[in-house]
Write a protein that binds this ligand. Structure first.
Ligand code: GAR
Length: 217
């Protein structure tokens, strides 16, 4: 197998998607390894998950930096020092500067709990329910300067039930995220997909990667 891609993960909180990536990286033939986890929140639960998996961690608290540029420069320096090749935002709740986004262009993934481009931003589950949607899901996409925007690598769909609250829907979507993120990272890390004209294609350059949809619960 070719060398595993060195992955950095950015978190702000619970880190359940980080855990899904950690679990996937344990598989011998998985094309990526996590070499660094950075949190901007000192108490983030995800840091404990990384430590338990013996992955180096750093806290880079945005509050310690006068500008967003300075904060992103510190992130970038830590990632570069650790020879990170691919970057995964996993519940990282800060917007990046345009310079940082450009530097990591097409090497930087994000997970969002809706079927983008619908319901960007916060409180997506509340808005999905209020809109009367029958289907929601999650998206893994390459990061661009606009929030929750960028070429879509993979999506998974789940039903929205009449009885759903934002919490029950979030739980169902989160489970799909945990399947989808490792799948999408593997596609990117193995070089199975690439970006062309702000769309993601497989290596045939003919077809877009098929929708990945875990079985509905
Ligand atoms: C996840 O649901 C993720 O999709 C969302 O935050 C949660 C983090 O959970 N991210 C965003 O809303 C980014 N726009 P986790 O810390 O347990 O992975």
């Amino acid at each position: 197998m070719t060398k595993k891609k060195r992955v950095g993960v950015l978190i702000s909180g619970r880190g359940s998607n980080l855990q899904a990536l950690i679990n996937a990286c344990k598989k011998r033939d998985y094309p990526a390894e996590i070499v660094l986890v950075i949190s901007n929140v000192p108490q983030a639960q995800g840091l404990l998950r990384a430590e338990a998996a013996l992955i180096p961690t750093l806290t880079i608290d945005h509050k310690d930096f006068p500008t967003r540029e300075d904060f992103d420069a510190a992130l970038d320096a830590a990632l570069t020092d650790n020879q990170v090749e691919l970057l995964c935002n996993a519940g990282f709740m800060r917007l990046h500067t345009a310079g940082f986004v450009e530097r990591w262009r097409d090497r930087h993934l994000n997970v969002h709990p809706s079927l983008l481009p619908a319901f960007r931003g916060l409180h997506s589950h509340e808005r999905v329910i209020a809109a009367g949607c029958k289907i929601s899901g999650c998206t893994i996409h390459f990061v661009r300067a606009e929030m929750d925007e960028g070429p879509i690598v993979a999506q998974a769909a789940v039903p929205v039930l009449a009885s759903d609250t934002a919490e029950t829907l979030a739980t169902r979507v989160l489970e799909a995220e945990h399947h989808l993120y490792p799948h999408a990272l593997a596609l990117v890390a193995s070089g199975a997909v690439f970006v062309k004209g702000e769309r993601v294609f497989d290596s045939n350059e003919q077809t877009q990667v098929p929708l990945f949809s875990p079985p509905l619960a």
